[in-house]
Structures are given as structure tokens and as C-alpha cells.
Design a protein around this ligand. Sequence first.
Ligand code: ASP
Ligand code: MG
Length: 422
Amino acid sequence: MLVYKFGGASVKDAGGVRNLAGIVSGVNDDLIVVVSAMGKMTNAMEKIALAYFNGEKDVCLGRFEEVKTEHLKIADDLFGKTSECHEKLSVWFEKLNEKLEESPSLNFDFEYDQIVSYGELFSTTIVNSYLNDAGVKSNWLDARKILKTNEQYREAETNWELTEKLMKQSIAPGKNRVYVTQGFIGGTINNIPTTLGREGSDYTAAVLGYVFDAASVTIWKDVPGILNADPRWYPGTQKIDEISYREAIELAFYGAQVIHPKTIKPLENKRIPLLVKSFLNPSSPGTRISKIEGHLDLPSVYILKKDQVLLTISPKDFSFIVENNLSEIFEVFSRRRIKVNMMHNSAINFSVCMNDTDSLDDLLKELSERYVVKYNDNLELVTVRHYTDEAVKNILKGKEIIDSQVSRKTARYVVRKSDWRF
Ligand code: ASP
Ligand code: MG
């Protein structure tokens, strides 16, 4: 069994779907194809969900029209003006329309999942129809029925036992079969749709790989593999041919947007290699992530996280920062699902670099009840993994450093927001 995951960029238009079919038709094995929503469709679906929740009916329906038009255009390109695919899409559109006609509950995260999950239902409907048209006999699977999760909407967690059982009931390996299913979405035991967190399709692929002991999981991207920096801000990037699971987890943790952080663990548990390859150049080898004993020579890897804030928290009574303060502060972060990117403590301060969020004011208000909280915004966090003095000097040229943390392999700097020019 192989698992292929195609992200939004790979299926952003009819050409992308044709290209996917070309890649899939070359496979001589059982294959599960995990597909994300097309292009930037998840962003568009988020806007529909927000307008719906806020009771902005015209905005909501207007945006829904745009989403429908975009999908229908791709279907027209692939199948002509009418087709079975058009009919299947109309059924989804009708269902979502019914939802949008109801009034929303008070739970935004719940409503979000009920709406945003359609992005992947649309995309897989088109991909599956096209594969069958192109002569690849392919079966469409509803991930909401086989990837079972808890009810933590927008960040649902897998119920492994049920998922394993249901996946094995619906997927029968052995005859070079092709299955197409949605990334990013799942369902509760009551069959209520959930989502797994933005960019969660990689994780879906990992779950399937794990359950079926796949020979490998491949993530098809618009870059040649894992690069040592994002070419959008760093010139002269290098492709990394091979890294260990451990290194991949580190890179994802520091914010490299190569793979969703949750993806590696299930694969590592069963030693299933993860391949990151270019859908534009499918025969080139990409990057292989696997169990690697011993040392690999890796170049310096640069990771930039934008829109950061730095909080400095100290007890109001000038007492020390000790364990019970820390656990109280962490309770607040965890309840608010705040992603802490870097932290350290001194005798009377605890400082945290985190993503800027809309709810920052609320957070500051809550913490200020018991602590003196200072904050600095308009910051960026740059990480140099496998740093050298030269690499650090280069990257920090002209930057105002606000905070830093340097360990044996990793140097991290909170810097004032600026243009990155090299
Ligand atoms: N479509 C979802 C997103 O854009 C999931 C994914 O692409 O992995 O976040
Ligand atoms: Mg996507």
C-alpha cells in the first residue's frame, strides 16, 4: 500500500487535477490518495463560516456563490458543461446551502467544522470523477466516516481504535485498488464533521499510512522537497535529500512549513518513510524522511515565523517565578490554545514568544489580574538550526535583536519586524 497526499496547490485548477491523474496512473500498487481543498479554498470556506456565524447572510451567500463558481469552472474544464461530477457537486452545494439557511449555534468552532469541511468534499469529488474518467478505477471514501475523532472542533484528535477498525472495513488492499479521500476532516462517533487543524491533510495521510502499514507516504508539493529555507524570503535555498524523523519533528516544531507537525509520529512508530516530492517533477527523488542512525551532514536551516509578540510576565508582589506561577500561566495558555514558540524564565520574569492573535487583549487582561505583563509586538522569530557563526552573522545583519536562545544545534532570535533583504 502507498499513500499519496496532494495539497491545495497541486489541485488548484483543471491542469492540476490532470497532473495528479498522470502521477496516480503510473502507480502499480494499492494506493490511497488524500486530497486537500483546491487552491486557497479553505481560506474561502473560512470566510463563509465567519460570515455565517456573524449573521451576515448576504456576505455569506455571496462568498458561497464564488466558491461554487470556481469549482464548477474546474468541472467544466475537465468534463464539459454537464457530467455526473456536476451532479455530485450540486448535491454537496445543496447540502451546504441548507446549512447556511439555518441559524448558527453559539459555538463558532463547531460551525466552522460543519462548513469548512466541504472544501475537501468538493475537491475529492472532482478528483475521483476525473480519475475514473481517465480510466483509473477509483473509489471515493468519506473521511468523516472512517477517521474518527473527539469533539474538539477545529483541532479534533484521532480516536485510533475506532479509526483503525473503520478504515480497515472500508479499504481492502490487494488488487492495485485506488481510493480517494479527504485530508483534514474527520467525524465524531455521532458522525458530526470535525477538522484536524489547518494544513492537517498531511496528518490524515500519516494516519492512513500507519493503519495500512504503507510502504511509504508521499506528500506532493510545489517545491522539490524540503528546502533549508523558504525561497520566498531566503535566496539560494538548498534541497535536503534526506533527514531523520527526529530532525523533521524539530524543523516542524520551529515552524518550517514543510509538513504538519503531527504527521511524523505515527510514521515513526512504524518506521514508514515519508517522501516529500514535487508534483511538477514527479520523477525527481525529493526528500526522504526516515529512521536514520548516525550522523547526517545538514546545511544550516533557516526558519522565519512572522507576526510574533513577546510577553514578559512577572508576579505582582515581586516574588520569584516558581513552579506554581508557571503552571498557572500554562493553564491559561493551554485553555486559550496559544502556541508558545519560545520561552525562558529568570528569577522574577517569565518571557514567552508567541504568535500574535486576535485574542491577545483578552489574554493580557486575564494575566494582568495576577501578574505584571509587558509586551512587545511587531516581532519576528528567526531560527537557525545547525547554525554556524557565519550563518548567524549573515542572517542578523541589520536586525534589532530583542531576545535570543542558543543551544548546541539551534540558535533562535526574536527580532524587530523588518524587510528581509540579502
Ligand atoms: N485544506 C486544509 C487547509 O488548507 C488542509 C490542508 O491543506 O492540509 O488548511
Ligand atoms: Mg490546503
